[in-house]
Design a protein around this ligand. Structure first.
Ligand SMILES: N[C@@H](CCC(=O)N[C@@H](CS)C(=O)NCC(=O)O)C(=O)O
Length: 330
């Protein structure tokens, strides 16, 4: 784990000393937008038109942020339009690296399809030789301009929803935008990032603060999902997919590795049924790789799990059926 400083890789763990033991996620650096006609989006520059075959996603199957982009790509039927490379689940001294199965890597990991580089930071160096900052997944790359369009998953999923003429549901419809934004803000801070704040805390107080907010929010979500099928009503939206990627990892890694152990998702009737409902959406199950997920967390954070031992359990069956359509209608 590390970062680039003026284009040079430095192996360095998160520094929580300056923030009272609290983990603070840095803002993503590449913020251009692919749009249907190539006009600029809400930030960055224009010139990135949505075209099949032009863009490439680099993801980790372990990463909940990258996972969002794979899900939206699948739901919008964009598999043929946007290619994908998958990094090794282990993120260690060199950060994310490419190690396909044929080269001794974990099944499901691929080579870099763009240039055959071995480390993700090499893509960042190609995009910006003097880049300083974290080297994160997902990365949306433009083959035409040879650069990173965006490394912010919340924005990449909006691009995939809007700019490529994909099929499938509109995941950010006009009439639900304020409801979606409100849910996203709470879920991001207290759940998606909340588990990281609990897990990466280096002071008891910081951990407890994150833990309490996380379970307060999960309790509220449990109640909300007692009244409606999806977070913003009867329609599936991006808010659901953003929550899904944390829920699907929760019992396998966040309960143990990140000490989010007041209860499991399996102990919440509505959240667990909802999780299985989303898992059953066409194309979603294929984006979930618990092997990469467990290897990544347990095998990449030596300050939390110095032995790197990956637990064998728990047994999870996301295909066990759910009551959501029966209760709320299809
Ligand atoms: N805000 C970013 C966050 C992405 C992110 O932090 N990804 C993690 C993997 S789960 C990563 O690559 N971390 C490497 C690092 O922080 O050095 C997004 O949503 O795209």
């Amino acid at each position: 784990m590390g970062l680039l400083v003026d284009g040079v890789w430095r192996d360095q763990w998160y520094d929580t000393a300056k923030t009272g033991g609290r983990f603070e996620r840095s803002a993503s650096a590449f913020r251009n937008w692919v749009t249907a006609d190539g006009r600029p989006g809400p930030s960055g520059e224009g010139g990135f038109k949505g075209e099949a075959g032009r863009y490439h996603l680099t993801v980790s199957l372990a990463c909940p942020w990258a996972h969002r982009t794979l899900i939206v790509r699948a739901l919008k039927g964009l598999e043929a339009a946007i290619s994908v490379s998958v990094v090794s689940p282990y993120m260690r001294e060199e950060g994310w690296v490419f190690q396909p199965e044929a080269a001794g890597g974990v099944p499901g990991a691929t080579a870099d399809d763009l240039f055959g580089v071995e480390r993700l930071y090499e893509l960042y160096q190609r995009a910006k030789p003097d880049y300083s900052g974290r080297v994160t997944v997902p990365v949306l790359w433009d083959r035409e301009r040879n650069t990173i369009v965006s490394n912010e998953s919340a924005e990449i999923i909006r691009m995939l929803n809007d700019a490529f003429g994909g099929s499938g549901p509109d995941l950010y419809p006009d009439d639900l935008r304020s409801a979606i934004d409100a849910v996203n803000a709470r879920v991001y801070d207290r759940v998606n990032n909340g588990v990281y704040k609990a897990g990466f805390a280096t002071k008891q107080e910081a951990y407890e603060e994150a833990f309490l907010a996380l379970f307060e929010e999960l309790d509220a979500l449990e109640e909300r999902l007692d009244r409606q099928r999806y977070l913003c009503g009867a329609r599936l939206t991006e808010a659901d997919l953003r929550l899904f990627t944390t829920l699907v990892r929760f019992d396998a890694v966040y309960v143990g590795h990140f000490k989010c152990n007041r209860q499991r998702i399996a102990d919440y009737p509505n959240l667990s049924n909802y999780l299985r409902d989303l898992y059953a959406l066409p194309g979603i199950a294929a984006t979930v790789n618990l092997d990469h997920i467990k290897r990544h967390y347990y095998g990449s954070h030596p300050t939390i799990n110095p032995t790197g031992i990956v637990p064998l359990g728990p047994e999870l069956d996301f295909t066990a059926g759910n009551d959501r359509a029966r209760r709320f209608g299809a």
